[in-house]
Write a protein of this length. Sequence first.
Length: 263
Amino acid sequence: MDRPQLTAKKEILVETDGPVGLITLNRPEALNALNHGLMEQLVEALEDFEAAPPIRSIIIAGSERAFAAGADIKEMDQATVAQMSADPHLTRWDRVGKCAKPTIAAVSGFALGGGCELAMACDLIVASETAVFGQPEILIGVIPGAGGTQRLTRAIGKARAMELVLTGRRFTAREALSRGLVNRVVPVESFLSEAKKLAHEIAAKPPIAVKAARDAINKALDVDIDTGLTFERQHFYSLFDTQDQKEGMKAFIEKREPKFVGK
Ligand code: HXC
């Protein structure tokens, strides 16, 4: 498996809307299949947004027809174990999951395999009514490799994850909502605007507290309750060193809106 060269063509589109960074997957001819070039560019854009102080939240979106139909099967069909395991491709999903700023997946159409895994690596998912999720890897002789068995199980429980991964069955946005995998289901025309609305809402919150809250919630998935409670409390105390805590509580007492500065 030769490492594909990055082409001049942009596999993603990047823009900002005030404090919100928007990354749009842009391989319509392949239903946004997540090849090396696309994922490399996605991580680069994410890191740029992480490093940009004015950016407070990040959206990863696809098109109406496809969020992403999986990792690019045509890049890996002939690969060997040695080639696959030496390849950094899958770590790019981990990088999305470790983003230092809140991430929202805006999902419409297919979110399959690595596409579903990319959405689940984000903090929140806004889905259109036409969104179709699934981990169909079993149908092509493999298993999810970018977090599907872990994140889907944590999100919807063992029995349901087991069924979906072992059958490869696709599931609808409504089913995803009822199982707690997505945050909201909205008409297809508004999936991006709803994701932006949510991103702006979060971007207006004190960013140090937002980060502490995300870290604590993510910790809840990994540790026992006492460790989690200790972690939460340490983060809670640490926020009393921030200007935003002083401002937030003062504004409450003075019955006015707080002005958060991110310090
Ligand atoms: C490469 C893909 C692709 C993929 C679609 N295409 N999915 N190319 N990798 N994952 C390409 C098709 O080959 C086709 O190209 C074009 O996109 C349009 O797709 P069609 O199949 O013609 O469209 P449609 O009939 O509407 O079917 C849509 C679909 C189907 C149901 C989403 O494309 C499909 O089943 N795709 C594969 C889904 C999948 O198995 N995903 C998991 C991949 S493995 P041409 O050139 O023919 O027009 C995976 C591993 C994750 O994700 C772990 C590692 C990251």
